[in-house]
Structures are given as C-alpha cells and as structure tokens.
Design a protein around this ligand. Structure first.
Ligand code: SAH
Length: 208
C-alpha cells in the first residue's frame, strides 16, 4: 500500500506506457501527477477503500492500479483494445498488486456487467479531438451512470456544462470540478512539438 500522494505518483511513473498507441482510440496515458491526484482525491472522499473500482478505458491500467496501490479495493479494468490489457497486466505484476485485479476486454458502449452498490468508476475517456466529433466521452459517461455510485473523469476544457447537464439528465450531480493541465509527450506523427500541454477538467459525479 502506498501512503502518500507523492509515493503514488512515483509508483505510477514507473509503469510502462502504450507500446503502439492507436490514435483513433485516443490512447494517451494519463500523466502520473494527474492520475495520482485523481486517485488521492477519490481516496480522501472515501470512494476507494472497500469499493469495487472500475477503470473504464483502462489502457495500461494506470488509474485502476493507482486505486489498488492506495487502498484495499477490488479493481476491474476494461478496454476495447486487447493489446493494452497485456501491458496493464505486466504493470500489475511490476507493482505486485495483481491479486485484487481483473482485466477485461470490452466496449464501454455494451458492458455485460452491473456494478454493485459501492462501485466507483475512474476514467480518462477519449475526448473526440482526432475523430473530429465532440463528446466521444458520452458513452463513457453513460456506462458510468449505469455502473457507478460515483465517478471521477477527465474531460477536455470547457466540458463542464455538457457534463453537468448529462449528469442531471441521468439523475446525477457534479459535486467537484477543477482544471488540470495534461503534460503529454509527442506520441503520434501529427504532433509537431516534443511535448504539449492540454487543458482539461476533472469531475466527480454522484450518480445515485
Ligand atoms: N485510462 C488510461 C488510458 C486513457 S486513453 C489512462 O488513464 O492512462 C483512453 C483509453 O480508452 C484507451 O486505452 C482506449 O483503448 C480506450 N477506449 C477507447 N474507446 C473505448 C471503448 N469504446 N470501450 C472501451 N475502451 C475504449
């Protein structure tokens, strides 16, 4: 178990990233400082310990693994790309927290599971920037609303009105929201700079 937020960040920094990131799936690993921040916030709010934590679009497992490192919880990671689940599993081995984890191949748009009462969703969904359509995060919010009591999610800057109205339409409430800067490395051919800063927002939503 990792007791401090700084320790969590260091542990998450040591994990492997996407070996061959797929641009159309917006496979960007959440920077370790932001992932540690989200997990720490969820833990402080009592949303991790003893909960079922579902990492939707888990990629390399960063958010779910952070939760497992922070407190005893059952963690399920789900991703549409089976390749990344192998990296998530390796990352779990590296951190030696595998016993409480499961990795599942699936599409958030058609999840064959129901969450127990105490389910917390953590997610950094695609924003839709590359596909030229907005709100690629909508099916992720839909999945969170049916699965989770509480979710934490990263969205692009300026999403607050959309997220609030989506939550309200599903009987939920945005209880916290703040800005975050994602410092991302050059990853795809269409990136010109070595690193880029993306303005984002993190929200906590109570769904029921
Ligand atoms: N949660 C990880 C990865 C974020 S990148 C992290 O924080 O680092 C977004 C992830 O969503 C990618 O791994 C991508 O494969 C996955 N994804 C995209 N569309 C999906 C879908 N419809 N269902 C499940 N996963 C999806």
């Amino acid at each position: 178990m990792t007791d401090s937020r700084a320790g969590l960040e260091r542990a998450l920094e040591s994990l492997s990233g996407f070996a061959e990131p797929v641009a159309s799936l917006e496979q960007y690993q959440t920077p370790a400082d932001i992932a540690a921040h989200i997990v720490h916030l969820a833990w402080v709010n009592g949303d991790i310990e003893g909960h079922q934590v579902v990492d939707l679009g888990c990629g390399t497992g960063l958010l779910g693994l952070g939760a497992a490192l922070r407190a005893p919880a059952w963690v399920l990671g789900i991703d549409i790309d089976p390749e990344v689940l192998l990296t998530a599993r390796r990352n779990a081995d590296h951190l030696a927290v595998e016993s409480r984890l499961a990795w599942c191949h699936g599409d958030v748009a058609s999840l064959p599971i129901d969450g127990p009462e105490e389910t917390t969703v953590l997610m950094n969904p695609p924003f839709g920037a590359q596909q030229g359509h907005t709100h690629a995060d909508r099916p992720f919010l839909a999945a969170a609303s049916s699965l989770a009591a509480v979710s934490y999610s990263v969205h692009n800057a300026g999403s607050r009105a959309f997220v609030e109205s989506y939550a309200a339409d599903s009987g939920g409430t945005v209880t916290e929201g703040h800005e975050a800067t994602l410092d991302l490395p050059h990853q795809f051919e269409f990136h010109d700079e070595r690193r880029r800063q993306i303005s984002a927002e993190v929200f906590r939503i109570e769904w029921r």
